[in-house]
Design a protein around this ligand. Structure first.
Ligand code: PMP
Length: 380
């Protein structure tokens, strides 16, 4: 059997990782400023994280959600405390798409409505409704197409108000910071407007914090910069530092019913061990503060580099837009300077999504290399 060939691959075979570094099978060391797509939050192979999962595996690795798993409650309690959402309820699942799929279902179960508002350049996952709410026709199969999704221009308050009056809207889904779309930040005023019109219309506000959450932005959730409280929040990527785990945070006014949602693997012992370890490390090592401090430093220094059109970001979720496609530049940084970086649907934007443990020295390594690579191109 061969693999279903859906991923364009770099010719690199990582075999070891530690902190912000990866080593390939030939012993070459890479600086990881991509975090496997914003997944590595507490750093690769953090000893506390490795021990928690290993110890758990030596006790019990899996049983289904038909028995009590107290670690799920420990996870919910610690997540509530660190995020500030102590009174919300948590549904555990396995991926970002699944979290959004369930969030949309919960909203529709709750108010009985169907119309979902999503925004230009959004990405919410690849399962049926999540992909329908994603602004990329190329990944939506005919069977996923639905009239229930309305796309509106991002950050356009007037368009939103007009559509809210026209339809009985079930929910509005928006990313805390658009990731795949190229690090596009919703304005405070836009998020506050969404909250206000949703409240007025009985629609639910779903904040997709799959990529921008878990401290990456310098606050636990990026939407907390706008001082709003969504009805539902989805989380994944940084939550398990690579172990597949995701969640839906649900406002207490939305009531659960048995069998309303479910999953075989969601909230299993190993996922809980990984997710609890991540929260313990974020708290103990003050990683949210570090993300803010290093991210601010990073963006300040980027301003001094010639050849950059725009820098967008909060904390360690940074987009650097050039006035040229960045594929070759990313490739050069990887092959010559041994640095992993992210791309985005906007071909000119590089995404920087490192571990929240990144140090100033590690940021400097990239800044020097990036300055050199761009300077070479300006001379040419
Ligand atoms: N939402 C956002 C904002 C994302 O960035 C992603 C993944 N890029 C997803 C949802 C989907 O997550 P997953 O790949 O875990 O299904």
């Amino acid at each position: 059997m061969k693999l279903f060939d859906v991923y364009p691959l770099f010719d690199i075979v990582p075999v070891k990782a530690e902190g912000s570094y990866i080593w390939d099978e030939k012993g070459v060391k890479y600086l990881d400023l991509y975090g496997g797509h914003a997944v590595i939050s507490v750093g690769h192979s953090h000893p506390y994280y490795v021990k928690k999962i290993t110890d758990q595996l030596n006790k019990i690795g899996f049983y289904s959600n038909s028995v009590k798993i107290p670690m799920q409650e420990e996870l919910a309690q610690k997540l509530g405390e660190l995020s500030g959402y102590t009174d919300y309820n948590l549904f555990l699942c396995n991926s970002g798409a699944e979290a959004n799929e369930n969030a949309l279902k919960v909203a529709s179960f709750h108010n009985g409505r169907k119309k979902i508002i999503s925004f230009s350049k959004s990405f919410h996952g690849r399962t049926s409704l999540a992909v329908a709410a994603t602004d990329d026709a190329s990944i939506v199969a005919p069977v996923n197409q639905t009239d229930n999704i309305i796309f509106l221009p991002f950050n356009d308050e007037q368009a939103l108000e007009a559509v809210m009056q026209q339809y009985e809207v079930c929910a509005v889904i928006v990313e805390g910071i658009q990731g795949v779309g190229g690090v596009m930040i919703p304005t405070t005023s836009f998020l506050q407007k969404i909250k206000q019109v949703c409240e007025k219309a009985g629609a639910l506000l779903i904040l997709d914090e799959v990529q921008s959450g878990y401290g990456r932005s310098g606050k636990f959730f990026a939407h907390q910069y706008a001082g709003i409280q969504p009805d539902i929040i989805t989380i994944a990527k940084g939550m398990g530092n690579g172990f597949p785990v995701a969640g839906v945070l649900i406002h207490p006014s939305i009531k659960a019913k048995h069998s309303m949602l479910g999953t075989t693997f969601g909230g299993n012992y190993l996922a809980c061990a990984a997710a609890i370890a991540v929260l313990d490390i974020i708290k103990k090592e003050n990683l949210i503060d570090n993300a803010l401090k290093i991210g601010t430093y990073f963006m300040e220094k980027l301003k001094g580099i010639d050849g950059i059109k725009e820098i967008r970001g909060l904390g360690l979720m940074i987009g650097v837009e050039l006035d040229q496609p960045c594929a070759d530049i990313r490739k050069q940084l990887l092959t010559e300077y041994k640095m992993f970086l992210g791309s985005s649907s906007n071909k000119n934007t590089i995404r920087i999504l490192p571990a929240l443990t990144l140090t100033k020295e590690e940021a400097d390594l990239f800044l020097q290399a990036f300055g050199k690579v761009l300077a070479e191109r300006l001379v040419k």
